[in-house]
Design a protein around this ligand. Sequence first.
Ligand code: ATP
Length: 315
Amino acid sequence: MKTSIIELKGLTKTYGLTHVVDNLDLNIEKGEIFGLLGPNGAGKTTTILMMLGLVEPTSGTPLISGHNATTNPISIKSKVGYMPDNIGFYDQMTGLENLMYIGQLNGLSRFEVEKMAIEVMDTVGLSHAINMKTATFSRGMKQRLGLAEVLIKQPEIIILDEPTLGIDPTGVKAFLELIKQLSHKKGLTVLLSSHHLNQVQQVCDRVGIFVKGKLLAEGNISELSKKLFPEASYQIYLTLKEPIQIPWKDQLDLMQLHHIEKVTIKENQIHIACNKDLTPDIVRFMATKNYDIIGVHQKEYGLVEIYQKYFENPT
Ligand SMILES: Nc1ncnc2c1ncn2[C@@H]1O[C@H](COP(=O)(O)OP(=O)(O)OP(=O)(O)O)[C@@H](O)[C@H]1O
């Protein structure tokens, strides 16, 4: 049975007359990687701060691991690791010293902290930098050390605010891979707040699209795509060896396959929009009619299209 580790119930924050977060209901399961997406000012950080017990909601409840973050912020502190978008370190201390300092602040004894810090440096791929001063760290190394600081607290949930800001594409890929591995191996729940749709798509199991304090939609990419593009969830493109004569003599027969919404022909290309994946049936049909198929591919709607659709037509 799935267990919600994060349960936001009717969460609302009002500044003046503005509902910055507006009656937000959201459940995140244990071990899930959830992407919180939204433009600047959507209310993502305010939501995170309420989950951490650092901002008091106007109404509603943020339940984290069964604890109310508003009334019991101390118990949340040991369960949640938060990596803000601007992380600071003591520049003249080494990576290991920074990490040991944070570990001790979080209650680890002097004896256990060094062993644990070395282990965590290894987990985030910074073993080589243990004795380097953080002033000499690259941006990517600093992000990894930021993640190490979160991990040394041994949290159940990690919250990352724009974690890949300023890292080069190779670094981003490696960092996201690390997050995924951590979540899968250690059963960590991850909440990732970001503007970078492609990155969120690569790593998140589910996403929430957040605009003006409201969660407009949530689900995995394929659920969101079906909800937003119900008329044609599957787009199948066939390339034939020879061009097709229009009107196409076999079109009516093809339409006998249920679930086809639309057929468009352009020279040797056929584009078929369906509300079910009919690729094998269509290929079989074309083969029985003796067409030579030289290419078949499907277009899938990704997060970029989903996000654009919400902003073109936010209802
Ligand atoms: N303490 C505050 N007092 C008044 N307004 C605030 C306060 N904190 C945040 N806001 C307003 O709430 C809105 C949401 O801000 P928030 O930082 O939560 O958005 P965000 O989605 O995290 O944006 P970004 O992606 O830019 O970080 C903004 O309009 C912001 O100006």
